[in-house]
Design a protein around this ligand. Structure first.
Ligand code: ATP
Ligand code: MG
Length: 646
């Protein structure tokens, strides 16, 4: 396949902070003199007590220890709010767009300061102290950001649980974090439907053996049962506390939050991030990757329940004094034009979303996009999965009118911030490639024996050394941290992802290593076969897994969702097999194509291939943990169709 290359547009070369030359120079310095580079960059935040040590990290599996700026003290809420008050107190910090297009709100930095201080005092009034864990189970309303910052202000450790999770998932996370306070809402509102958050929190609290406090934010004003002594309405208790709350002095390595990974690969892990390094890293990446200048309107569509919401709705943007948009709803409510209408309404300049949303909107055709103007847009971003070139091109051409660069940002909950990404004024783009490493990041592609490969190659993606935003441990289980990330390839951080490096040194994520298929001795990334299938005009989505095959070792099993209006048929099946042969080669021909009206996805929209593997292997009784699936009935359909076809 020939790869198209997109040059940096001339207006970008003029406005951006960085061009290719400055990127190269800063990158070189960042990896040859990390102490010098990060010591300077750390001055982008205020320190109460300055640090004297910059980097103190070890990947030795007998002693994995990661510390940055360890003897400095600071506070994240101070940096995200208080220090902006003298220069931009009346600037809008958060634009909130409700589920209903008629609902919106603008919150200035001054108002955010008052609200966060008040919320912090509410937590204190309920006995929360520095180091205590607070579980936040809220919809996408401003109070979610306020509650996170309130925890940061007093040194409590937040654990945000996505509002779409079930009582069981919530209970597991409350228990694991040993959290005695839960913040929730009466109900959530998404796509016009109500979500019974308080009822879920009640059930979860019972299953977790009880909690001391549930703070309830009113969203829909539904009548919900309130347990005397335990449950309090936020608006009522807020009236009883002062709006003055000093920031707690925090060590750079004091915990800021725990966030459980989405579970596409197994039992969720409590990823722990700390204070100083995390904030420096989210601030620098937000500034350079999105080329954020004062006055820009920036919108990341993630939920605050995911790391993208933590780092790139709340902490990175607010540390930079940005205006960040928070959206309560979904991309297709009230219509498939919603994203683009919100962009026009609030004059959004920078838009950051996920491939799953792009593919879903692409399926609805160009018309819902084309009826909007989007002339404020300057930059587009993608995160969460490999973006297949077909979807990339559509995003670029239809959404961005061929005018806006796309930053395809590769990173993980564990990495705290973006690690591999284009910079819009510096990097030529290749659709489907996350391109080049960010400052301080040394990617290494290794063979199965752990030997680093040189030049163009393919293998497992590791990172050779630490960067400030890296997770510090798995909460309560340091051994699991060491086992998961530092023992497969000793001396390196193992990402779990497969990756290819091309002749220009560009990185192409090929999917998770577990998802690589070995067909008759050829290693194939599932992402590549999926991209070929999705490039067919009748296919909307595809998921590919390996299954045991007598002759080839592994065969290729493809689950295919068709565009609306298309009917499955034997002819289409043969056409798709021929199509993949032509696109990639005979080695990649799918052995089985199962047409599927829906694919099992995590609540963050990622395809759960481990379940699809089990179904392909006929292991229906052993599907593993499905509690984080968005729609468990999809699995029943797949199993029934699989059985019917045998
Ligand atoms: P779990 O670790 O619990 O299985 P998860 O890996 O889906 O869940 P995240 O940390 O949200 O949880 O996702 C990180 C993963 O998402 C990466 O390891 C990678 O597989 C994928 N990913 C994220 N961004 C990109 C991108 N731009 N290109 C390719 N893959 C990406
Ligand atoms: Mg992961």
């Amino acid at each position: 396949m020939t790869v198209k290359v997109y040059d940096v547009p001339s207006e970008w070369a003029n406005r951006a902070f960085l061009n290719d030359e400055t990127y190269q120079a800063m990158y070189h310095r960042s990896v040859t003199d990390p102490d010098g580079f990060w010591g300077e960059q750390a001055r982008r935040i205020d320190w109460f007590k300055p640090f004297t040590k910059v980097k103190n990290t070890s990947y030795d599996p007998h002693n994995v220890s990661i510390k940055w700026f360890e003897d400095g003290t600071t506070n994240v809420a101070h940096n995200c709010i208080d220090r902006h008050l003298s220069t931009r107190g009346d600037q809008v910090a958060i634009i909130w767009e409700g589920d209903d297009p008629k609902d919106d709100r603008k919150i200035t930095y001054k108002e955010l300061h008052a609200e966060v201080s008040r919320f912090a005092n509410v937590l204190k009034a309920r006995g929360v102290k520095k180091g205590d864990r607070v579980t936040i189970y809220l919809p996408m309303i401003p109070e979610a950001a306020v509650a996170m910052l309130a925890c940061a202000r007093i040194g409590a450790v937040h654990s945000v649980v996505f509002g779409g999770f079930s009582p069981d998932s919530l209970a597991g996370r409350i228990e694991d974090a040993k959290s005695s306070v839960v913040i929730t809402a009466d109900e959530g509102l998404r796509g016009g439907r109500k979500v019974p958050l308080k009822a879920n929190a009640d059930a979860a609290a019972t299953r977790a053996g009880g909690v001391d406090t549930i703070v309830v934010v009113r969203r829909t004003n539904a009548a919900v049962p309130m347990q005397a002594g335990r449950d309090v309405y936020y608006d009522e208790i807020a009236k009883t506390v002062s709006a003055d709350c000093p920031c707690e002095e925090m060590g750079a390595e004091d915990p800021l939050f725990i966030l459980y990974t989405s579970g596409s690969t197994g039992r969720p892990k409590g990823v722990l991030h700390t204070t100083g390094g995390y904030l420096v890293y989210t601030s620098i990446t937000h500034q350079y990757v999105f080329d954020y200048h004062d006055g820009d309107i920036y919108w990341c569509t993630a939920d605050v329940g995911w790391v993208t919401g933590h780092s790139y709705i709340v902490y990175g943007p607010l540390a930079n004094g940005a205006t960040t948009l928070m959206f309560e709803g979904v991309p297709n409510y009230p219509s498939n034009s919603r994203f683009w209408e919100v962009i026009d309404k609030h004059k959004v300049n920078i838009f950051y979303t996920a491939p799953t949303a792009i593919r879903a909107l692409m399926q609805a055709g160009d018309a819902p996009v084309k009826k909007t103007s989007r002339e404020s847009l300057r930059l587009l971003g993608s995160v969460g999965e490999p973006i297949n070139p077909e979807a990339w091109e559509w995003y670029h051409r239809v959404v961005g009118d061929d005018r806006c660069p796309i930053v395809d940002t590769w990173w993980q909950t564990e990495t705290g911030g973006i690690l591999i990404t284009p910079l819009p004024g510096a990097t030529k783009l290749k659709p489907g490639s996350a391109t080049r490493p960010f400052f301080g990041v040394v990617p290494q592609i290794v063979d199965p024996a752990g030997n680093p490969l040189e030049g163009p190659c393919e293998g497992s993606l590791c990172i050779a050394d630490s960067w400030p935003g890296q997770m510090r441990t798995v909460y309560g289980d340091h051994e699991r941290f060491v086992q998961t990330y530092f023992s497969t390839y000793v001396g390196r951080y193992f990402t779990g992802d497969g990756c290819r490096r091309d002749e220009d040194g560009y990185y192409w994520i090929t999917g998770r290593v577990d998802d690589v298929i070995n067909v008759a001795g050829h290693r194939l990334g599932t992402a590549e076969v999926e991209s070929a299938l999705v490039a067919h005009p009748k296919v909307s989505e595809a998921a590919v897994v390996g299954y045991p095959h007598d002759i080839k070792g592994q065969g290729i099993y493809a689950y295919v969702t068709l565009m609306s209006g298309q009917q499955p048929s034997e002819e289409l099946r043969a056409e798709l097999v021929a199509w993949v042969r032509k696109e990639i080669g005979p080695i990649a021909s799918p052995d089985v194509i199962q047409f599927a009206p829906g694919l099992p996805k995590t609540r963050s929209g990622k395809i759960m291939r481990r379940i699809l593997r089990k179904i392909a292997e006929n292991e229906f009784g052993n599907l593993g943990d499905t509690s984080t699936l968005a729609d468990p009935t999809v699995v029943d359909d797949l199993v029934n169709n699989r059985q019917a076809s045998q």
